[in-house]
Ligand binder design. Structure first.
Ligand code: PEP
Ligand code: MN
Length: 337
């Protein structure tokens, strides 16, 4: 249940109201934005007398909400959240480009790519050290050694790093990572979500291969309910009946999420399409749909990549995508960086 307080209400009256709500055994989530103050009632509101609250002088409106997510809900937090990842800001007018290889292969490879994508305008470096592969016989990633390589690339370029945590077993090693990626296959690994909630590092939460937007937001809720509000959502395509692309990019998820949540939303056109030639058009479409950034796979030698070569751009192709995005950003009132 959401209570919207009349503009200009006296803070003491607001406090009296929140104290009374708390006395009913409910938690209160108070959001004082520039334009309005809203009180979120968290807990079992079934016994709350909605008409009584409506009748109070300071109350503008009372809405019962259907959505089961509270912390992630835009109704509780009307302004866009800005998630700060070591100085790189997601949300609002910011538009961020994250780029790097699918997997960390060697120090030389990662640093070379990091320098190239930084020169083109990338503000963060991606790269998997722990890889969730469909086949147990495929390259599984360099693990902890890969994390060390990413940290060296961060030192060499100044780019913050985002990399996937697959198991709680390695969570201590991720305390020094700028942003922890929860991959599509782990979107509903609830223990892992709670653990990254407790870890407190910013989280990039990818959408599951076959999950609804509401399920995805409930996963964000798991992280946020542990006190970690720094969650960025990443649409990476969902499984449909269409075999011409690896996944189907659900572009409409972006404006829907913008209605439902205050959390930033970025798009991964690489995994969404599986084809390098689709990355540029899908990137531009994502900008048009209102995304707050992109995460793109870039490799120095895609035909020889150990993972996802077919969807990886060469550095010069990445540069071309960034130039095209720069033409579009003023139209959606966003700025890169
Ligand atoms: C990745 O980013 O390399 C990855 C495995 O992505 P996803 O979890 O979206 O498949
Ligand atoms: Mn990949």
């Amino acid at each position: 249940m959401i209570v919207t307080v009349k503009q200009g209400s006296n803070p003491q009256q607001v406090k009296r109201l929140t104290d009374w709500i708390k006395s009913l055994g409910l938690d209160v989530h108070l959001s004082e934005g520039e334009k309005s103050t809203v009180i979120g009632l968290v807990g079992d509101t079934s016994k709350v007398d909605i008409d009584l609250i409506r009748s109070l002088d300071i109350v503008e409106a009372v809405t019962r909400i259907q959505e089961p997510y509270k912390n992630a809900n835009r109704k509780f937090h009307p302004e866009d959240s800005i998630v700060d990842v070591s100085g790189v800001k997601f949300g609002g007018k910011h538009f961020q480009m994250i780029a790097g290889p699918c997997s960390v292969e060697s120090e030389k490879q990662v640093i070379g790519i990091a320098e190239a994508v930084k020169a083109s305008g990338a503000t963060m470096l991606r790269g998997g050290a722990f890889k969730p592969r469909t086949s147990p016989y495929a390259f599984q990633g360099l693990g902890l050694k890969g994390l060390e390589i990413l940290k060296k690339a961060r030192e060499a370029t100044g780019l913050p790093i985002v990399t996937e945590l697959m198991s709680e077993r390695f969570i201590d090693a991720f305390a020094e990572v700028d942003m922890v990626q929860i991959g599509a296959r782990n979107m509903q690994n609830f223990d892992l979500l709670k653990a990254v909630g407790r870890l407190g590092r910013p989280v990039l939460l990818k959408r599951g291969l076959a999950n609804t937007i509401e399920e995805w937001l409930m996963s964000a809720e798991y992280i946020m309910s542990e006190g970690n509000m720094n969650v960025v959502l990443c649409e990476r395509g969902i499984r449909t009946f269409e075999p011409y692309t690896r996944n189907t990019l659900d572009l409409s998820a972006i404006p829907i999420l913008k209605e439902k949540t205050h959390l930033p939303v970025i798009v991964d056109p690489s995994h969404a399409s599986g084809l390098s030639r689709l990355v540029k058009p899908m990137s531009l479409a994502s900008v048009g749909a209102g995304a707050d950034g992109l995460i793109i796979e870039v490799h120095n030698d895609p035909p020889h990549a150990l993972c996802d070569g077919a969807q990886s751009l060469r550095p010069e192709q990445f540069d071309d995508v960034v130039r095209a995005i720069d033409v579009m950003l003023p139209l959606v009132n966003k700025e890169r960086g």
